[in-house]
Design a protein around this ligand. Structure first.
Ligand code: FEO
Length: 397
């Protein structure tokens, strides 16, 4: 990809990583982008960089616009290495006059790159600096999603460079929201929110309120991943409001694994009961469903029901994986229940219920366990459990 002019004298100069498939445990089926933005003003300024392995793309794109050695400032909105990994090489080549970051950003840069000699310029929340014709306001967004995170707002263009917020992990040749399929765009944005930002939802709510109060005239949101929002700002802001309030609908996700299909038979019967109550169901067999796709389905589901047979007095390892992952992302306001088959000791139900209780799920029923293979009557009880959960979902909405 070449540099793309996004506004007068402002260019996208990032890198498209078509082949990435795993982002620290988040499955990426269509790659990602690392977005950097170059502002050509009296002070030529580069906002964010790219992953170390992609620095040649960034340099190629920069050279199409300007000799990189003429860049005056580099702004680090976020230190995670997908945005700062190329800094060591770039600092050596560019030798900028200022490396602009938050106080926490400086701390994190020192801890990552151990360079006391870089020309750090620490900016405070809401501090503004002049680039010449333009000014940049820095807005600290601590824990969205790292302590160092901040936004850069260029008032004259109404451009909000939003770091990881409002991003998608999606490699595209298109750079703008109105150039891509809308349903796919929102699906990628939802997956990104569910897997990166969900646990910080209370902070997202505060941020959306403070942006509204501040009266910033935002015309374009340029995240560090995915496409730039210029036509659907209202849509992505409304989606973030909905996701961060953890709004849910009449939907249940059944997350399970199975050894000899007894637990799977139970899962299908519970789904049958939910369907009788008119609940939309997503069946997520852990043998074929990635944890990050499960989280995406959990985002707007009211109920999450877990199933595992008992193995060696415990649950199957796939269940331990998704429970650890989900616990960290802190979904709120969910209804839960459990099920599973067993041969002799049967601890899986207790372990699953404890995990759901720890996540503060509302347990509408302690669940069902079945010895060895479920009978027709056992499956009828599973149907009844599905109906009971479905009725609880409808009461809660
Ligand atoms: Fe895209 Fe938190 O890094």
């Amino acid at each position: 990809m070449s540099a793309v002019k996004i506004l007068d004298d402002i260019y996208w100069v990032g890198s498209v990583d078509w082949n990435l498939r795993d982002f620290h445990g988040y499955s990426i089926y269509k790659g990602t982008t690392y977005n950097s933005y170059l502002v050509m003003d009296e002070k030529i300024t580069l906002f964010d960089t790219v992953k170390k392995e992609c620095r040649h793309d960034l340099l190629h794109n920069l050279r199409n616009v300007v000799d990189p050695r003429k860049i005056d400032y580099i702004v680090v909105n976020h230190v995670e290495m997908d945005h700062s990994g190329s800094l060591t090489k770039l600092m050596k080549l560019i030798k900028p006059k200022k490396l602009i970051c938050s106080a926490m950003g400086k701390k994190a840069l020192l801890e990552h790159y151990h360079r006391e000699d870089w020309p750090y310029e620490v900016v405070e929340n809401n501090q503004t600096i002049s680039l010449g014709k333009r000014s940049v306001q820095f807005i600290e967004t601590r824990m969205l999603h790292w302590p160092d995170s901040m936004f850069s707002y260029i008032k004259e263009d109404g451009l909000l460079i939003s770091s990881d917020a409002f991003g998608e992990h999606w490699a595209t040749s298109e750079r703008f929201d109105d150039e891509v399929d809308q349903a796919e765009l929102m699906a990628h944005a939802a997956k990104y929110y569910a897997n990166i930002l969900l646990l910080y939802s209370p902070l997202v709510q505060k941020l959306l309120a403070s942006v509204k109060e501040s009266g910033l005239d935002i015309k374009m949101i340029a995240p560090d991943h995915g496409v730039i929002w210029r036509s659907s700002l209202g849509k992505i802001l409304a989606a973030y409001d909905c996701w961060s309030r953890q709004e849910s609908k009449a939907k249940a996700v059944i997350v399970y694994d199975t050894m000899w299909r007894s637990t799977e038979k139970m899962a299908k019967a519970i789904a049958g009961g939910l369907a009788k109550e008119g609940i939309s169901i997503k069946m997520m067999n852990l043998k074929v469903s990635h944890r990050s796709d499960i989280m995406t389905e959990v985002l707007d589901a009211k109920a999450v029901i877990f199933g595992s047979p008992t193995l060696n007095n415990g649950i199957l390892p796939t269940l331990a994986d998704i429970l650890t992952y989900m616990k960290g992302l802190k979904p709120k306001g969910k209804i839960g229940s459990s099920f599973g088959s067993y041969g002799w000791s049967g601890e899986s139900l207790k372990i699953l219920n404890e995990a759901l209780t720890e996540m503060k799920f509302e347990m509408v029923d302690p669940g069902i366990r079945v010895k060895n293979v479920p009978t027709h009557n056992d499956l009828k009880q599973c149907v009844a459990l599905g109906e009971k959960i479905g009725q609880a979902i409808k009461r809660s909405l």
